[in-house]
Design a protein around this ligand. Sequence first.
Ligand code: ZN
Length: 329
Amino acid sequence: MSANPITTDIDFDRDGIQHGFLKLPHSSEQAAWGAVMTPVTIARNGAGPTALLTGANHGDEYEGPIALFDLARNLDINSLSGRVITIPMMNQPAFAAGRRTSPLDGGNMNRVFPGRPDGSPTEKVADYFQTTLLAMADVVLDIHSGGKTLEFVPLAAAHILDDKELEGRAAAAMQAFNAPYGLMMRELDAAGMYDGAAEAMGKTFVTTELGGGGTATAQTVRIAKKGITNLLKHAGILKGEPEIGPTVRLRMPAAGCFITGETSGLVEYCIDLGAAVAAGDIIARVHDPERPGTAPRDYAADMDGILIGRHFPGLTRPGDNLAVIAVPA
Ligand code: ZN
């Protein structure tokens, strides 16, 4: 197999703060001998654990980039023991285009792992994470949000895993992040995810869904900033104890968490994010705007729980995820 073509001026083993790029050669209409430039900041102070912090794995999710650029500007090297690697935009071309996926190759960064060193641009970046960055990490935080098509209650999540020791480490790190909601999560579509790549290497992995709609709010950015600091304290990289406020603990049972729409139309939510639902309660109704007088299609909860995620735009199509339900743990 060929070597990964990404190069960097960053020396990952040097003490101090360095700001630089992961540079991926990419020949395009705009730049014949151009490159995809992914910003990276590393702060290291002696021996200790390594945290790998990422945002904009999906390019239309903004809490991660905002909070990680803030961290890159303000990290005090003297308060560190170990190393923090910060990549605010994992899918830089997607972020630059305001899209979930890369305009270069349509690549969804969170569905292409383990990537390929000789693949598309998105696959090459994934391969670099797989072979170089994850290998250096002890604790991994990937900050997601709902993007343009989904909205969530502000939650941090760890995955339900077969390896209960690893699950326990991830759950403790997720609780230290201390979002208003803490979720033990199952994925709807886990193949090719960064999450699974990190977990398969035994890394403590925390993810988030902090909001959505293709923007960030003051509240969700505050949650991201505090969560990052808390997680670095929990990992022993920053001095001090995590600042822990109240959190609603949730888990996702094996079935019935996701409601997928089967109809096109205008969506009316009957309950809002964070509200309790009982099995049979109507969560959303989809109206056919071309046929006045016809009844809407109703979508009901399969189980008791809390509405933690929903479709964001006012219009919906078959296959859209209309609702995510979790149960109090
Ligand atoms: Zn995402």
